[in-house]
Ligand binder design. Structure first.
Ligand code: SF4
Length: 100
């Protein structure tokens, strides 16, 4: 059950470059290498984004619309999402990662 949402440790071997945090209606993604610690996310939804706890993203504490609104402010595109309603945010130039 908790195979996916505990991914807040440093990447260990190969391909955990993007971590996923699932909630009803949305999957939030976070790419640590892109994070510039601008804290837009923490300011916008401190109950969701909290660096003092693990995992540091708790998607259960906000609605899909709230998550989308704040994640759209992430200047580095470290944060992204794939919502069930089709909304999506991925880093520019990396194309759509939704295939498969
Ligand atoms: S807003 Fe984006 S760049 Fe800033 S701390 Fe949050 S994830 Fe990192």
């Amino acid at each position: 059950m908790n195979e996916m949402n505990q991914g807040d440790q440093p990447p260990q071997s190969e391909s955990i470059a993007i971590r996923q945090y699932r909630a009803p209606g949305i999957v939030v993604t976070w790419e640590p290498a892109r994070c510039r610690h601008a804290a837009e996310c923490i300011r916008g939804l401190p109950q969701v984004f909290n660096r003092d706890v693990r995992p540091w993203i708790d998607t259960s504490r906000a609605s899909v619309d709230e998550l989308v609104e704040v994640i759209d402010r992430c200047p580095s595109y470290a944060l992204g999402y794939h919502a069930d309603d089709g909304r999506m945010r991925t880093p520019p130039g990396e194309g759509d990662t939704s295939a498969t």
